[in-house]
Design a protein around this ligand. Structure first.
Ligand SMILES: NC(=O)c1ccc[n+]([C@@H]2O[C@H](COP(=O)([O-])OP(=O)(O)OC[C@H]3O[C@@H](n4cnc5c(N)ncnc54)[C@H](OP(=O)(O)O)[C@@H]3O)[C@@H](O)[C@H]2O)c1
Length: 339
């Protein structure tokens, strides 16, 4: 009797509520499809790294931290190259609690060339083979200031630092067959023209709007990727630029619209749907590291090669800009490594 009663109640409930139930099912299906769409490409590589050494800069949060976990799951030996050793040690503990891998914490501040050179010497001495370098660390809308080397913080963290670091680590990367360099860039590279880039590069003490400074640093990194890949064609080092897409990370800590907690809360539902989680943003970086069919000098988005801006795809400009960067660095810092 009670079963019949329950079925009747259920039937009446569905009968009266069917419009709302259908609406709820359709809305949640649509939200699910949108979330999947905006989550972007997924790395399908099945390869394991079997203790191969991967260096990740800026692995204390966001995409770098998520990548460290994804690589630990593939058995890589991971070097967390971070300026905040305490934060990095916490990340290390979290990783080794979950995965039986080796994780090293090494201090690296991209805003100091002497820190970069010291880090690289240490790595070159301690590790015979380095399989991959991920130039991930970056800042966005950082308060305008100069580094100890007298460069704009955004430009040095996002471009000059990785430029110097990469050159200093070529020794260890060359020793490892099929090694990878992955530069984490951004779609923001598209908004800048060459005159503006040269202007920013050659007059560092004049501060520009934050978005311009960020775009310049990322365009410079895409051009560097292109030229370095060409320079390294005789080696087995594959160099690519990866755009992770828009991800929910600490990079927005200084961004006015999101550092305001009320505006942040208002955008929350939209962000949950259209903005990637760090582990989703890390997928294309993972793909660039693991793929057994690697390309070089390319711009990757959603685990596929994509065309960067016309300027960023110009080989002549890439070469000229590389030479300009070398000149600027030679004038300003005494680098005791291969440039
Ligand atoms: N999130 C996005 O929507 C998005 C979109 C396109 C591209 N990207 C790029 O993705 C990369 C990772 O960003 P994220 O979103 O994961 O940001 P995040 O959570 O803020 O992580 C940035 C990392 O860089 C480190 N870092 C900053 N300055 C450094 C320095 N001078 N020396 C060494 N490490 C330094 C930070 O260390 P601390 O913890 O010590 O600050 C942190 O670990 C960046 O290159 C960014 O431009 C992000």
């Amino acid at each position: 009797m009670s079963v019949v009663c329950n079925i009747t109640i259920l039937f009446l409930f569905v009968y009266t509520m069917w419009k709302y139930l259908t609406g709820a099912v359709l809305t949640s299906s649509l939200l699910y499809v949108l979330k999947k769409y905006f989550a972007g490409g997924v790395c399908r590589c099945t390869r394991l790294l079997d203790r191969q050494v991967v260096i990740i800069t800026g692995a204390t949060s966001g995409i770098g931290k998520a990548l460290a976990f994804l690589l630990a799951a593939r058995g890589a030996t991971i070097i967390l190259a971070c300026r905040d050793v305490t934060k990095a040690t916490i990340v290390k503990t979290e990783i080794i609690e979950q995965y039986p891998v080796l994780v090293f914490v090494k201090e690296l501040d991209l805003n100091s060339f002497s820190s970069i050179v010291k880090f690289a010497h240490n790595i070159n001495d301690e590790f015979k083979y380095v399989y991959a370098l991920v130039n991930n660390a970056g800042v966005f809308y950082h308060p305008q200031q100069l580094t100890e080397d007298h460069f704009d913080v955004t430009f040095q963290t996002n471009y000059l630092g990785p430029f110097v670091l990469t050159h200093c680590l070529l020794k260890s990367l060359t020793r490892s067959p099929n090694s990878r360099i992955v530069n984490v860039v951004s779609e923001a590279h598209r908004i800048l023209q060459i005159e503006r880039l040269i202007n920013i590069t050659t007059s560092q003490t004049l501060f520009r709007p934050h978005i311009t400074a960020y775009a310049a640093s990322k365009l410079a990194l895409v051009l560097f990727t292109r030229h370095l890949a060409e320079k390294l064609t005789s080696t087995k080092i594959f160099v690519n630029a990866v755009n992770p897409g828009n991800c929910e990370t600490d990079i927005f800590r200084h961004f006015p619209a999101l550092s305001n907690k009320w505006l942040f809360a208002l955008q929350w539902i939209i962000r949950v749907i259209v903005v990637k989680r760090p582990s989703e943003g890390a997928q294309t970086v993972l793909h660039a590291i693991l793929t057994e069919d690697p390309c070089t000098g390319q711009y990757l988005t959603d685990c596929k090669v994509e065309v960067p801006s016309k300027l960023a795809a110009n080989d002549t400009i890439a070469t000229q800009y590389y030479n300009l960067t070398r000149n600027i660095l030679k004038e300003n810092v005494n680098l005791n490594c291969r440039l």
